[in-house]
Design a protein around this ligand. Structure first.
Ligand SMILES: [Zn+2]
Length: 149
């Protein structure tokens, strides 16, 4: 019998930190790597449709995603400021540079928003391994749930 793409593997791969982070950066479920976690750009589902992993594991979970998004956005704005200054430091009018900086400050947090959520869920899973309360499909739990150091 052919296996479907949603079928769990006979032995899910170990949840290494690098695997978790790559899945988070790809806007995928940290536990099974499945997609379709967003109904719209800003709306994440409660549970992974493939393995049942609850993406908001505790009350206040998303404060971590907010923190990641803030850090990424501030770094992007700093890079934009330096680049804009380097490109226009001899110009009398720097409105294009100001516009580019403002655009960066608006676009980056919005564009990075979904990634910040899945990335934070991956970091959270790396720090707090699965518990029975997570109530996931047990076929997706790797046999060795240890994490790489
Ligand atoms: Zn999943």
């Amino acid at each position: 019998m052919l296996r479907g793409v949603s079928d769990p593997p006979t032995e899910p791969p170990e949840l290494t930190v690098s695997r978790l982070l790559l899945r988070g950066l790809a806007r995928r479920c940290p536990l099974c790597g499945g997609g379709n976690l967003f109904r719209r750009w800003f709306t994440i589902v409660d549970r992974c449709p493939r393995c049942g992993f609850r993406l908001e594991r505790i009350e206040g979970h998303w404060i971590g995603a907010l923190g990641i998004n803030t850090i990424v956005s501030v770094v992007a704005v700093l890079v934009a400021v330096v680049a804009a200054f380097a490109a226009t430091y001899q110009d009398e009018s720097a409105w294009v540079a100001v516009g580019a900086i403002v655009a960066t400050a608006i676009i980056v947090p919005l564009a990075f928003y979904p990634v910040s959520k899945t990335l934070w869920s991956a970091i959270d899973l790396a720090m707090r391994p699965l518990e029975p309360d997570d109530d996931v499909d047990p076929r997706w739990i790797p046999p060795a749930t240890r994490h790489e150091r």
